[in-house]
Design a protein around this ligand. Sequence first.
Ligand code: ADP
Length: 463
Amino acid sequence: MIMPVRLRLTILFSVLVMIILCVVCGGIYYFSYTTRIANITKRLTNRAITTARLLGQKETFDRDLVQKIDSLTTIALKDKTVQAYDYQNNKIYSYSDLPADTLHIDESILDDARVSGSKYFRIGDKEAIAYHYSDSNARIVVISAAEDIDGKKGLRSLLNILLLSFFLGNVFVLVTGYIFSTRILLPIKKIAADVEEISAQNLTRRIETGITKDEWYQLADTMNRLLDRLQESFEFQRRFISNASHELSTPLTAISSQMQVTLQRERSLEEYKHVMQSVYEDVRHMSKLTQTLLEFAKASGDAGGLEINLLRIDEVILRLPAELARIDKHFKVSVEFVQLPENEAQLLVFGNEILLLMAIKNIVLNGCKYSKDHHTYVTLKANNKKIIITVKDNGPGIPENEISKIFQPFYRVKNNTDNDGFGLGLSLASKIVVMHKGTIEVASKMNVGSEFLISLPVAGTLH
Ligand code: ADP
């Protein structure tokens, strides 16, 4: 059975207070009990000493007189009994408030008193003291016993008060504990209710954080930030799908309308050839787009499912000229290694070779595509922390206000468009670089050229 947190808190709280109350009440009771015993012992001892001294004075030894004194000096000792024994354990004196109230004293008690001076013991309901008195005249043991009525009564009422306080205290703690934990957990209920109302359709809703910056505020705030990220990612997906569908539907519409027009009547072979050529180009474009979309999907996941290896970045860079020449024979890439470290380990990167090559290739490809000379200059630098790859071209440049947008999927700068592009290359490259814990920066000057700076961490610095 799952116990609600509220109940668990209440029980924990109550048990703690119960233990504290128990210790305090127990302590008070124990202290009062020992005080009562000390008190009655003192009084009984006084009584015994007085009687012993009187009995010790042989010249005044008058049983009746001593009994009279014993009967008069009661000082709240109820049903008092005083008995005296000589060194041979013979009873030499006896007095009791109640006539036939004689105590039967064990010889061992008398012996104990002789050894230790005095001994406290109980006999029936009474408290008793065996007191050993000795002087030049006498060596006697006086037993003085009485019922500590007042002391016991006081202790009993104290016990009742303590039990009542303990019981009432626990009830109070249970009730307040329950109210307290309900109040403490109320914000959680509110947060749960708020979250319940948030769905993929109304991701704009947020959890109420309240004003006090406590732990609940932090929880709500953290969840709100998570919702921000979720909303952003949903938005991104939505825009992406709509852009991708648009990109796919444009050539499809073109194909369909071309076919429709062509099929309206008989055409010459030349005309058919022309239409086929145009359809072929559209289909090729679409096929390339779907390929890019697939690559995009691959790079959008987390790095978990990818094959990650230690790879040498200079080897990746050296593949670029051939890769670009394969795309278009006019594309030229010059590679230059500057300030390369002597230690080859500083050129090692943890990553997926295919994806990293794809990312750098996309940036280099843009340099070749958009510049008139179709020439891109790649340089590689490295220190013990970072590997820096710069990709420079003498192209048209990117307007400053658009630099931040070029990494968004499907975004294309108006004047620098190339028929083969979809606006996905840079966003794919940025995703891959971020996945490798790197960064991309852009510096561009209109009509002079652009420079992309890719920075990747050296494998040794990644943990
Ligand atoms: P595309 O497939 O259109 O090249 P990208 O995501 O690679 O898509 O680039 C986005 C846009 O940024 C491009 O359409 C282009 O307008 C601009 N751009 C990227 N690189 C350069 C560059 N080196 N010089 C000028 N413009 C560039």
